[in-house]
Design a protein around this ligand. Sequence first.
Ligand SMILES: *Cc1c(COP(=O)(O)O)cnc(C)c1O
Length: 481
Amino acid sequence: MEKQIQHLQALAKKSDQLEVTEEERTNYLAQIKDFTNKYIQELPELKAYLQRWPDKEKLKITGQPQSLSSALQLFREEVNETGLRAASGGHVGYIPGGGIYTAALGDFLAAISNEYAGVAYASPGAVAIENEVLNWLKSTFHYPSTAVGNLTSGGSMANLIALTAARDAYEVKNEKIPKSVIYLSSQAHHCIQKALRIIGLGDVIVRLLPLDEKYRIIPEKLSELVEKDAEEGLLPFLVIASAGTTDVGAIDPLNEIATIAKRFNLWFHIDAAYGGFFILTSAKNRLTGIEKADSLVVDPHKGMFLPYGIGAVLVKNAQAVLASNNYSANYMQDSIDDELTESPANLSPELTKHFRGMRIWLPLQLHGIEPFVACLEEKLLLVDYFRKRLVENGFSVGPEPDLSVSYFWFACEHDENALNKKLMDLIHEDGRVFFSSTLLDGRFVIRIAILSFRTKKETMDKALEMIIECLAMAKKSLGLQ
Ligand SMILES: *Cc1c(COP(=O)(O)O)cnc(C)c1O
């Protein structure tokens, strides 16, 4: 006994180091404060993209303690100064994210108190915040209060939960799988196809729908296809629309698709990971019909400018979500009195999870909604402004965008794709502002995706200057002019 007590005391002496003292906490926080303040202050001047990879040796875990200042130096040199600087307003490629400060404070509070956000019984307060965020989303998207939802790590997981619910609502399994049909646009995000494979629907029939000149689903074609499939004895069960495609930001005709889905008894899913939050702006009419979907995905780490790690799904049919996710076990017996749909764990593959609600609840408490709305409105206007400036400078631009994603290219008679590819490479080498590219019907185009809360008029003016310089170099290197 005496020996054991001595051993415990010796161990406690070491393990106590994990509970850092108030003095150390103050010191750590002061360093983090200085580091992050400096980073945010310098962001407008820093390149948005660096074609540099980390020295992985330097990041090795040795098992020996080191100082916070040396860890911060490594973080800066080997993480912040490699690749895409996602916190920069100069990130206008892919679909940009955000990283608002007050959300980081919410994460900090969630982590320090380590509230358990999976089961209502464990932390009714944390779960109440998760559910309040979902209630706010339901009212924002005009969903009924009886709908259920979940805060996920991102849009991909949110889509996975929704598609699983559709599968279970229609009992698509066994011999029904190869006869079941899903309708979607070739512009749908690739996480949809990935989710179908994961949930065992890799062998369903997927009809890629014909698109109009703005890359939107043509409703008449959808109803023709569904009718034909049904006549042939197949089992149409799901149609997937996008409210803001990743490539060009197109919004499928949601209202018309809703009508067709209803007529043919299809589950209607909308992936609004990119475009959903524009419902808060003057562009809301473009999203009419979004409330008619059976399931909806939005990505607060895009349209609410939050740091990466939060998506959301809303589903009207609670039973369908419970069917795959609700499970009880003996070691969970204390929690069985919960209302089933109250606990996030019953509606998601995750049991224990990060208390994500805090990173959206706290910013909404501190800022109110107005700055978010203004920021989204600003993005819509910025893409319009930038397109005009590009045209003034001889570039071609895609059709009037639905939201804040568009594209441009420099038209020329010969080697147009080669010139634009070279232009893209030079823009990446330059790195002041980061763009990404895509292929549309064989044409190489450069995308404009404005969604970071830090992207301002000055950012886009700087981008234009850079693009004009890079175009001159591209032309020269290809021997044009
Ligand atoms: C970003 C995006 C996704 C994937 O979401 P993640 O948060 O990256 O997992 C899905 N669909 C659309 C339309 C997107 O823009």
